[in-house]
Structures are given as structure tokens and as C-alpha cells.
Design a protein around this ligand. Structure first.
Ligand code: F6P
Length: 320
């Protein structure tokens, strides 16, 4: 395999740059020509120029959040005609392999190109950590750490005023971010889309905490479960305690990637090139146990990853 292309697609995630760097350097190590396309599938199907990478062109990026290749959500790429045209374009340019760094939506595009005969490997990168078949995605760890930092700050002010804080976090329709940040941050309650919340019980727990002289309470709400403002209203009404709401928003997507995400990005980037060299296609680089293994993109796009009920139950016990 001589010529490969890498792109980033969907929501950016810290650690994407580490993955790009690893694809480029591993490819060049094996004497491949490695190209980058800017703007994800939008760039690819609109015919943007493919830029050839050198070893130096990915220097000084491993610590940077976002993606040097820029990204886009590309609804136009769902159209079959667009996919056919793109596959043709790649073949005409003698591109023998494509690496798609992104989340579930991006992998649907990657799978379509694979089915059209383009050798394609996906690298799971999304802060949501919601892709079936991999125990982790690039960006999740950094986002959770960013939330923990915010929770530490909110706890300071919550303690000073003896207030309840309702904190809304991202995650789309999944509660992985909320559950991880809630447990690691010692939240009093965690609300996720996968499990119907018992608001009466949550309020009882908050009041019990206050009766035990707790000076603060943090409730983490996944965006896919409810609006933090709605939860805040109910909590204030039921507990009669002063309640404030913070929606963390896109702050969760930015920032320098953690060591975990830099390492994961590096390992997955290198593995993607190895898989292409072995002639594999239609797979993603998945983390299973300590190993990076190929898992079919059809699995990765097969619906929602399941949240661990055991972990959720444990979080309730620890928050008592
Ligand atoms: O998928 C990553 C994510 O940050 C989700 O958690 C969030 O719902 C969504 O992207 C926000 O998308 P956008 O940046 O397009 O508003």
C-alpha cells in the first residue's frame, strides 16, 4: 500500500491530533505517502485538495486539543450519490487506504465507503464514549477530567453558600460521561438517559446529606436525560434549598488531551496503519482489555453502547 488519506469527522475530541500524528509517522515509517483532507467527509466529497504530510508537518501537535485537519458534521454524505462520487474520486487519485477518525456518525460514512471498495479503517474518537465494541474512545478521558475540574470549582462555591448545584454534561443520548464524572467527582446524584431518575429519592438523599451537615451537593445530569434547568426547578421546589444550574457545554470538548488520550490516540493511529497494511478494511481500532484489536464497523454502528447498570448502582451506594 502506497497512498493513504486521513481525515477527522464529527465532533472534535482531544487526542485526535495524537492519532493523526501516529497515522502520519507510522505510514511514513512504512514508506507510504500520507495525505490529509480538511473538513472531514465534507472536504472529501466537495473535492478539497489533499495535502501531503511530512514527518515535520505533525510536529508540535500531540499536546493540542481539537484537530489540525478541522472537522465537520456532513449530512450531505448520507446520500448514496455523494458516497459513489467520493469512492470514485479516491480511486482516481490512486488512494489505497482511508483512515477515518471520529464517532458513530462518521463510522456510518466510513462503512459506506468500505462497502464501495475503499479500504477504510476507523479510529473511535468522541468524548461521548458511546461506540459499541470498544471500551474507550479518544477524548473521553480528557472531557471527564475537564468536568472534574469544573466540579471542584463548583464545590468551592456550593460549600461557601450551602447550595445545591445541578451540572449538565454532554454525552448525546448516552450517560457514560455523566456516570464517570459523577463517580470520580463524588456527586450526590447522577442522572443518565439509560435509567429513569427517581427525583423524589434524589431529593430525599440531598436532604439527608444536609441533615448530616453536608455543606454542598452536586447533581450531574447527562444532556440526553433531561435539561438541568428543569431538574433544578424540581429540586429547589421539593427540597426548598437554594439551587443553581451550570451547563458546561463545549468547554468539555476543548483543552490539551490527557496522557490517557495521547497514548490511546498514538496507539490507535499506529494500529490503523498496521491494519491497512494487512489488507484489512471495514474495521475500527478498538480497545479491548489492554489490546487494540480490529472490530467491524458494522458492530461500531450497530446502535448504542450499553451503560453498566452495576456501575450505576454502585454510584448510588457511594453517594449515600
Ligand atoms: O458527540 C460529541 C458532542 O460533544 C455531544 O456530546 C454533543 O451532544 C454534541 O457533540 C454537540 O454537537 P455540536 O458541537 O455539533 O453542537
Amino acid at each position: 500500500m502506497q497512498k493513504i488519506v486521513v481525515l477527522t469527522s464529527g465532533g472534535d475530541a482531544p487526542g485526535m491530533n495524537a492519532a493523526i500524528r501516529a497515522v502520519v509517522r507510522t505510514g511514513i515509517y512504512y514508506q507510504m505517502e500520507v495525505y490529509g483532507i480538511e473538513g472531514g467527509f465534507s472536504g472529501l466529497c466537495s473535492g478539497s485538495e489533499m495535502k501531503k504530510f511530512s514527518l515535520g508537518s505533525v510536529a508540535g501537535i500531540i499536546h493540542r486539543g481539537g484537530t489540525i485537519l478541522h472537522t465537520a458534521r456532513a449530512p450531505e454524505f448520507k446520500e448514496k450519490a455523494m458516497q459513489d462520487q467520493t469512492a470514485r474520486r479516491l480511486k482516481e487519485a490512486s488512494i489505497e487506504g482511508l483512515v477515518v477518525i471520529g464517532g458513530g456518525g462518521s463510522f456510518c460514512g466510513a462503512l459506506a465507503l468500505h462497502e464501495l471498495g475503499v479500504k477504510t479503517v476507523g479510529i473511535p474518537a468522541t468524548i461521548d464514549n458511546d461506540i459499541p465494541g470498544t471500551s474507550s474512545t479518544i477524548g473521553f478521558d480528557t472531557a471527564v477530567n475537564t468536568i472534574l475540574d469544573a466540579m471542584n470549582r463548583l464545590r468551592d462555591t456550593a460549600t461557601s453558600h450551602q447550595r445545591i448545584f445541578i451540572v449538565e454534561v454532554m454525552g448525546r443520548e448516552s450517560g457514560f460521561i455523566a456516570l464517570a464524572a459523577g463517580i470520580a467527582g463524588g456527586a450526590e446524584a447522577i442522572i443518565v438517559p439509560e435509567i429513569k431518575p427517581d427525583l423524589e429519592e434524589i431529593c430525599r438523599r440531598l436532604l439527608k446529606g444536609i441533615a448530616r451537615k453536608k455543606t454542598h451537593s452536586l447533581v450531574i445530569v447527562a444532556e440526553g436525560a433531561a435539561s438541568a434547568y428543569d431538574i433544578g426547578k424540581v429540586v429547589q421546589e421539593k427540597t426548598k434549598l437554594e439551587t443553581r444550574v451550570t451547563v458546561l457545554g463545549h468547554i468539555q470538548r476543548g483543552g490539551s488531551p490527557s496522557a490517557v488520550d495521547r497514548l490511546l490516540g498514538s496507539r490507535m493511529g499506529a494500529a490503523a496503519v498496521e491494519l491497512l497494511r494487512q489488507g484489512q478494511s471495514g474495521v475500527m481500532t478498538a480497545l479491548q482489555g489492554d489490546a487494540i484489536v480490529p472490530v467491524p464497523l458494522s458492530v461500531a454502528t450497530s446502535g448504542r453502547r450499553e451503560l453498566s447498570r452495576d456501575l450505576y448502582e454502585m454510584s448510588g451506594i457511594l453517594a449515600m
